[in-house]
Structures are given as structure tokens and as C-alpha cells.
Design a protein around this ligand. Structure first.
Ligand code: HEC
Length: 401
């Protein structure tokens, strides 16, 4: 029953998280697009705002932007903040639910670092907090005024952190925490800079004072950071479902390549929308980065190496596995990989892989090689204590097939 409830909790949190994220990214891309397309209006000279027309849902819309603010404050204002807050809150809850709630399955890999669930969660949460403070300080430092240098330092920091996470967490735990770190910067930008600055501007207007233009400018800089972080963050959030991306010691290199690819795709759209041409080179750079990431994964992840034939090829016409192999798999794997698993927290055979009869075991020979011989992905974090000798028995069987 616990396992069933855990699944439902994960499903509902993920549902909320994806929905909120769509609303947040949708509105933030929308405003970046508007900003890029604004034309000067007669009463709003360049630098003081602008306007544009849109057509949608059977009507025409005129959008106007005032910089820093209109002379008179409108009676009603729509704020855009709960999309961001809901995304971060539901995302953090999902991270805690899956990775801290079932850390032995997903977060802790004793072959990497033999830490307890509390230590693992503390490292995760602590690094999110510390990461925000470091990023915010960096933005406010003299370096923060030089966008190109800030981007370069930010890139090095993220890749380094991804590498460090790989030294304490499981592969997928490291991947999700790198994504969560950048996602925390994005939500922090909204909660700690953009919205507070907007409040200060409104308070100044209410007092009849001219608001400080630096407040609006700082907000715009942070929302531009968010724009460049969006694509890499989404990639890393999804990547934890793909072992080809995290089951390699070079996962942090993949992170670096995706950071570049995601950012240049946004450069393309930001320039295109502002009428500064179509910088097609952006797509060439993005394609090259993704190709290199695929190459890293192909040559260093167990699944890729199997595909390349770097692992011994599987012989057709499989004979039934020897009794010793069946005994090992029944003893170390079938508590989860059975029609009715007996392992707490595993309601059905994971990924539909059943290993409870000699025939099933023979059919899954290739998958067993990838998961339990070429890599130590299975049993997850070796929860059932398979011994090196037993892995050698599996390897000998597979090599002879
Ligand atoms: C504690 C439960 C448990 C045990 C024991 C276990 N597995 Fe798994 N297995 C899982 C889970 C959970 C997944 C799904 C992982 C995911 O979704 O990323 C999985 C996935 C797999 C897959 C599919 C991988 C894929 O991505 O397609 C294979 C193959 C596999 N296990 C083989 C084994 C073998 C071989 C053993 C024994 C040496 C074993 N498992 C022991 C829980 C277990």
C-alpha cells in the first residue's frame, strides 16, 4: 500500500510541476518575445517603452510597455509570479518525494559514496541553498556587469558542480540536482529580485517619486538569465529518465554541451524576434553540441557501448541458462523483476522486465549484460548484495552465448 501511495504522490506532484512549468516558461518566453518586437510609439520614444500588435483567439491586442512606469499607476495590475513559485515548490516537493523519500533506490550509490539518506538529503538541499547565494553574489559583484564574463564563469560553475555531484550521488541523482540548482537560480531571480524590484517601483510611484530605473534594469537582466537557463534545465530534468545520459563518468561533459546548445538556441530566437536577422550559426553550434553529447554517451555509457559492439555480441538461438545463473538471478533480481514483486516499494516488474523463470532470464540476456555486468546499474545500488563472484558467473555465461 505504501508503494502504491508513493506512486500516486509522485504522479500528482509531477502533474502539477509540469503544468506550472509550462505556464511559467510560456509566459516568460512570451514576454521575451514581446520585448524583442516592441516598436517605438509616438508618445513612447525609444528607451521609454514601445508597443506592438497581436492577433489571437478572434481579436486584436495592443501591447504597450512603459519604461520605467506609466505616469499614473493603473488601478488593477496582473502580476506574473505564481507560475514560477508553483513550479519551484512542486519541483522541490517532487525531488524530495522521489529522491529523498526513496533515496536508496535513486539517490545513494554506495559504489560512489556510502552515505545515509539524511546526509544525502542534506547535501542536496544545502547545495541548492548555497548555489543560490553564490550565484546571487556573483550577479551583484563587479563581474555581474560584464555579461559575457558572467556567462563564462556561470558555465564553469555549473559543469564543476555537476562533476562534484557525481562524486557523492548516483548518476541520475547528480543529473537531477544539477538541473535543480539552475532551476533554483531561475525561481530565486523571480522571488528575490524581479518581484521585489517591481514592488519597490510601485511603492515609489505611490509616494509620488520617480522610481529608480536601475530596479527595472536589474529585473530585466535576471529574466534574461532565466531565458538562457530554461532549455538546459528542461533537458536535465528529463535526462534522469535516460541512463544513456547519466550512466557515464563523463556526464558532466554532457551537461556542459547541453548548456551551450540550450543557450545558443535562445540566442537565435532573441535576435530573430528583435529583427536582427536569423543567426543560423546558432543552430549549427547547437547541433554540434548535441552530436558531441551523443558521441560522449555512445562511447562511454554501457548502453552506447553495447550498441557499438564494444561489448561481446549476443549469440542467437539462446540455450537455457545454467542452473547457477538462474539461482543468482532469482536470488538477486527476481524479488523486484517478477510478475508480483515482493520488494517493498516495487509494485510491478520495473520497466516490464521479468526475471523469474529460466526462459525470461534467457530472453533478457542482453539487458542483463548492460545492467548487471557492463554496468552496476542493477541491482539498484546493489540493494540485494550481489557479489563480484556472482557477476563473474553472469559474465561467463553471457560470454559463452
Ligand atoms: C530493488 C529492486 C530491484 C532489483 C533487486 C533489481 N532491479 Fe532491475 N530495475 C529496478 C528498477 C526500479 C528499474 C527501473 C529503473 C528506471 O526506471 O530507471 C529496473 C530496471 C531494470 C532493467 C531495465 C533497464 C532499462 O532501462 O530498460 C533491467 C534489464 C534490469 N532492471 C535488470 C536487473 C537485473 C539483471 C537485476 C539483478 C542482478 C535487477 N535488475 C535487480 C529494480 C530492481
Amino acid at each position: 500500500m505504501d508503494a502504491y501511495l508513493h506512486e500516486w504522490g509522485g504522479m500528482l506532484l509531477r502533474w502539477l510541476h509540469v503544468l506550472a512549468g509550462m505556464a511559467w516558461i510560456g509566459s516568460s518566453f512570451y514576454f521575451m518575445h514581446i520585448d524583442a518586437m516592441l516598436k517605438p510609439a509616438p508618445d513612447l520614444p525609444a528607451g521609454k517603452g514601445g508597443q506592438m500588435w497581436e492577433v489571437h483567439g478572434g481579436g486584436f491586442y495592443q501591447v504597450r510597455k512603459w519604461l520605467v512606469a506609466p505616469a499614473e499607476l493603473p488601478p488593477e495590475l496582473l502580476w506574473h509570479k505564481w507560475e514560477a513559485y508553483t513550479t519551484w515548490l512542486s519541483g522541490f516537493a517532487l525531488l524530495a518525494w522521489v529522491y529523498y523519500g526513496a533515496s536508496e533506490l535513486f539517490l545513494i550509490d554506495p559504489a560512489v559514496a556510502d552515505i545515509g539518506p539524511v546526509t544525502a538529503a542534506a547535501i542536496g538541499i544545502g547545495s541548492l541553498l548555497l548555489g543560490w547565494v553564490a550565484y546571487d553574489r556573483l550577479c551583484r559583484s563587479p563581474l555581474g556587469r560584464d555579461e559575457a564574463r558572467l556567462a563564462a564563469v556561470g558555465f564553469v560553475v555549473v559543469v564543476l558542480v555537476a562533476f562534484l555531484f557525481q562524486q557523492v550521488f548516483s548518476g541520475r541523482g547528480a543529473m537531477i540536482h544539477t538541473g535543480a540548482l539552475m532551476a533554483t537560480w531561475m525561481a530565486g531571480n523571480v522571488a528575490m529580485v524581479i518581484i521585489p524590484n517591481q514592488r519597490k517601483i510601485i511603492a515609489a510611484l505611490r509616494r509620488g517619486e520617480a522610481p529608480d530605473p536601475a530596479l527595472g534594469k536589474a529585473g530585466k537582466v535576471r529574466s534574461t538569465h532565466n531565458n538562457y537557463l530554461t532549455l538546459p534545465v528542461l533537458f536535465l530534468m528529463l535526462a534522469n529518465h535516460y541512463p544513456m545520459l547519466w550512466s557515464t563518468p563523463w556526464a558532466f561533459v554532457i551537461v556542459g554541451l547541453i548548456l551551450v546548445a540550450g543557450a545558443v538556441i535562445r540566442v537565435f530566437y532573441n535576435l530573430r524576434h528583435s529583427g536582427r536577422g536569423n543567426p543560423w550559426w546558432c543552430w549549427a553550434v547547437a547541433a554540434l553540441c548535441i552530436l558531441l553529447a551523443a558521441l560522449v554517451s555512445l562511447t562511454s555509457s554501457p548502453i552506447g557501448r553495447e550498441g557499438l559492439g564494444l561489448a561481446a555480441a549476443e549469440a542467437p538461438g539462446a540455450a537455457p541458462p545454467p542452473a547457477e545463473v538462474v539461482e543468482i538471478v532469482l536470488g538477486r533480481c527476481s524479488m523486484c523483476h517478477a510478475a508480483e514483486p515482493v520488494w517493498a516499494g516495487i509494485p510491478v516488474a520495473p520497466r516490464g522486465v521479468r526475471l523469474d523463470t529460466p526462459e525470461q532470464i534467457a530472453r533478457q540476456a542482453g539487458a542483463i549484460r548492460v545492467q548487471a555486468v557492463l554496468s552496476r546499474a542493477m541491482p539498484p545500488n546493489n540493494v540485494t548484495g550481489i557479489e563480484p563472484r556472482e557477476r563473474r558467473v553472469l559474465a561467463a555465461w553471457l560470454a559463452g552465448r
